[in-house]
Structure formats: C-alpha cells, structure tokens
Design a protein around this ligand. Structure first.
Ligand SMILES: [Zn+2]
Length: 180
C-alpha cells in the first residue's frame, strides 16, 4: 500500500477544515519551534532520559486519540493514513511520505519535521513524540503492536527524519536470532 497526503478531509464537527479556523475558534495555541525545543530541553534537564520516555508515551496517546477521531470518518486503512497525513501537514508537522505494506511494515519519511527543526544539534534521533505518535496511530490502524524506530533525523544533520515501522513480533524474532 502506498500512501500520500492528497485526500481532502470533509468538514465535520469532529474535524474542522483548516488551521486558521481552529485558531479563529480558540481551539489551538501556537507553539514556536523554539518554544517546543525549550520545552523538550527543560524536560531533559529535569528527567534526563526519562524525558524521552515521557515524550514517547504522550505522543503514543495522541496518535491513538487521532485514530479514534479519524476512524469515525474513515474506515479503510489508506483513507485513514491519508487523512492523518493531510491533517498533520496542514498543522505544519512536516511533509510526510509513507510506504507501508499490509502487515504494518514500512517507512515514513518526514521532511522539515516540527520536532527536529528547532531542536538544534543532536547526536541521536530526537523525535520521540512523533515516534510515539506514529506507533500509536499506525498500531491502531493496522490493529497490531508495531515498533517504530527513527533511523535518520534532521536534528542530527540528516536531510529528513526517517521512521521504520515493523510488527512487534518480527522485532522480537530478529532480536532473538541476533542473540544466538
Ligand atoms: Zn527527527
């Protein structure tokens, strides 16, 4: 299944059609890239590596919540993923390219990722919230435990953020094999 962000989302009570409308209705706040980076760094200074787990679990919950909202409007997998991408691109999360096969294995590429672009230099991939979000959303869409790993990140100098998704069972099998 190849997925792109071309689908238009119908305006409903659940999904207002535009970010300007959300702003007009006082239903969103604007957080600059710098503010978000400052928030992440403050969490890291307080909780150290625990901050990464915190961001991941918050992201995962948000991804599951997005699925619950969008699944009221769309039933098939491609439409759900397309709708999510379309929404998040309009919210300026980045530009998404997503190729996922039927078991949930695939690659999600994000150019200009919101979580990386204000963060600055990092030795490791830095997008813990988005990793959790993708795992929560895609795991719900594919109705199975998925493991999402960020393999490239704009924050560490790569051209774009790249996330690899694999079914959890397959990850466990590979890890067992590697320990022999
Ligand atoms: Zn990243």
């Amino acid at each position: 299944m190849k997925v792109n962000g071309q689908l238009n989302i119908a305006k409903t009570k659940e999904e207002p059609v535009s970010v300007p409308q959300l702003l007009e209705d006082y239903r969103v706040v604007v957080f600059s890239d710098e503010d978000l980076a400052a928030l992440k760094k403050a969490l890291e200074e307080t909780f150290f590596s625990g901050a990464y787990a915190l961001l991941y679990f918050v992201g995962k919950g948000c991804g599951e919540r997005s699925y619950r909202r969008l699944s009221q409007l769309y039933s098939d997998r491609q439409a759900l993923v397309d709708a999510c991408i379309s929404l998040k691109e309009r919210e300026r999360w980045g530009s998404f390219r997503c190729e996922i096969v039927e078991d949930g294995t695939g690659t999600i590429r994000v150019e200009n990722c919101f979580e990386a672009r204000g963060y600055g230099n990092s030795k490791e991939p830095a997008c813990y919230f988005l990793k959790g979000y993708l795992e929560g959303f895609l795991g719900s869409v594919f109705q199975r435990q998925l493991k999402v790993t960020e393999t490239s990140c704009f924050a560490k100098g790569d051209r774009e953020c790249i996330f690899e998704s694999r079914p959890e069972q397959r990850v466990a099998t590979v890890e067992r094999f590697n320990t022999k």
